[in-house]
Every structure is written in structure tokens, then in C-alpha cells.
Design a protein around this ligand. Structure first.
Ligand code: ATP
Ligand code: NCN
Length: 207
């Protein structure tokens, strides 16, 4: 992690994502989870090789750099490079095992949007994930989280945060806007916008 954190024994939210690119929806939901669940820190974990996403994506080193820029000025947001230390698909179960081994005194929670809660039953070794952490789910426009769709083992480990703000933004929508040369100002942090401009990512040039 770039920024220095002090002592262990904290309640920590793990927020994994492809972050291609990171946007204000990610930042707002992380903040909502932090406040609602009294988390002392949020660790953003960019996926090196996202396990279930196909197709071209921006190089992992750029996705990581954008996340680092986005969280820079939040005192309780950090970035973990744990998924850059191993090869193969970046399965969350391996990340949680590795973090648990490295930080045995901290208590980890897994943060995700409603779309991922609905997909969770298909994750690699999901039972082991649920044995290790509770899930914090955030509402997301377009994904009705009907509890009846969830298995009881997921329901038992799930806390839904409803802070009254849903953000209708996705990375794929932003990528489309960038390719079309449309403004993304205020949809992604300025530092990230400047980074992707400097590095000619997503074929974007602001007119
Ligand atoms: N606007 C949003 N509201 C709630 N959750 C979100 C939002 N955007 C992303 N998330 C959550 O953030 C995590 C990481 O998502 P990811 O980096 O894939 O972003 P995305 O916007 O869903 O990307 P894409 O459009 O490329 O699929 C997932 O848990 C996802 O559910
Ligand atoms: O471990 C799995 O099987 C698994 C399957 C799908 C998604 N994930 C994780 O969920 C997070 C969000 O995924 P994504 O692809 O929407 O960015 C990211 O950290 C992924 O590594 C993990």
C-alpha cells in the first residue's frame, strides 16, 4: 500500500474491482459502506486478472495507478496490491486468505454492489469466502436485490447498506463516453481524468 497505515486490529472493508476506470460510483459506495458499517479503513483491491471479465481492458498497472490517484486524499481509503503478487485469475478467496495470513488481527468485510451480490453464488470457493468474511452489499440502479433470489448462506452473511444514494454510473458507460469524446468531468475524479488523458487511455481527447 502506498500510504502508511498504523496498528492492526481494525474493521476493514475490502473493496475489489476491475476499476476500468474507477469512478465516483465506486468512491461513493465505499464511503457509504465505511460510515454505515463503522469501518475504520477501506482497502481498494484492483484485480490484476479479473476472474470473470473477458475482452480487452486497460493494462492492470494503469488501473492500479488510477485507483491510487482516486483515493489519495481520503484519510481512510487505501490501495492493496495483493492481487499483483500472484499469477492466474485474481480469485477473491485467495486474496482473503492472503490478507488474513498477513493481518491476523484485523477483521475483514467484503464490499460489493448489488450486481455482484447476485453473482456471488457463482464465485470460486464461495463457501470459504463466506466462512471468512461478512458481505456488505450496496444498492445499484438496475439490479433489484430480491432477498428471495439469494441462498440462505449468502443471506446470513449479508448486510445491505441503503444510504439513500444510488449512483447510476458504470465503468463501461464511462468507457463509451470516452471513446465518443464526451465529457467525463465530475463522473471520475479530476486526478484520474488527467491521468488517463496523459496516458492516452480509452482513446479520449476532451474537446
Ligand atoms: N454505480 C455503482 N453502484 C454500486 N456498486 C457499483 C457501482 N459501480 C460499480 N459498483 C461495484 O463496484 C465493484 C467493482 O466494479 P467494477 O470495477 O467492475 O465497475 P463497473 O462499473 O461495474 O464496471 P463495468 O461497467 O466495466 O462492468 C463491484 O462490486 C460493483 O458491483
Ligand atoms: O473470486 C471469484 O470467483 C470472483 C468472481 C467475480 C468477481 N470477483 C471479484 O469481484 C470484484 C468485482 O468484480 P468486477 O469484475 O465486477 O470488477 C473483483 O475484485 C473481482 O475479482 C471474484
Amino acid at each position: 500500500m502506498g500510504k502508511v497505515r498504523n496498528n492492526e486490529g481494525k474493521r476493514i472493508g475490502i473493496f475489489g474491482g476491475t476499476f476500468d476506470p474507477i469512478h465516483i460510483g465506486h468512491l461513493i459506495m465505499a464511503e457509504q459502506a465505511r460510515v454505515a458499517e463503522d469501518l475504520e479503513e477501506i482497502w481498494f483491491v484492483p484485480a490484476n486478472i479479473p476472474p470473470h471479465k473477458q475482452g480487452p481492458m486497460v493494462d492492470a498497472k494503469h488501473r492500479l495507478a488510477m485507483v491510487e490517484k482516486a483515493v489519495m486524499d481520503h484519510p481512510f481509503f487505501f490501495v492493496s496490491r495483493v492481487e499483483f503478487n500472484r499469477d492466474g485469475p485474481s480469485y477473491t478467496v485467495d486474496t482473503l486468505i492472503s490478507l488474513g495470513d498477513t493481518y491476523p488481527n484485523d477483521e475483514f468485510y467484503l464490499i460489493m454492489g448489488a450486481d455482484m451480490v447476485l453473482h456471488l453464488s457463482k464465485w470460486h470457493r464461495v463457501e470459504e469466502i463466506l466462512n471468512r468474511v461478512s458481505i456488505i452489499g450496496l444498492l445499484r440502479p438496475g439490479y433489484a436485490l430480491d432477498q428471495r433470489q439469494l441462498s440462505s448462506n449468502i443471506k446470513n452473511r449479508l448486510t445491505l447498506v441503503n444510504e439513500g444514494v444510488k449512483v447510476d454510473i458504470s465503468s463501461s458507460h464511462l468507457r463509451e463516453r470516452l471513446i465518443q469524446g464526451k465529457s467525463v468531468r465530475y463522473l471520475i475524479p479530476d486526478s484520474v481524468r488527467l491521468y488517463l488523458e496523459e496516458n492516452h487511455l480509452y482513446g479520449w481527447n476532451e474537446s
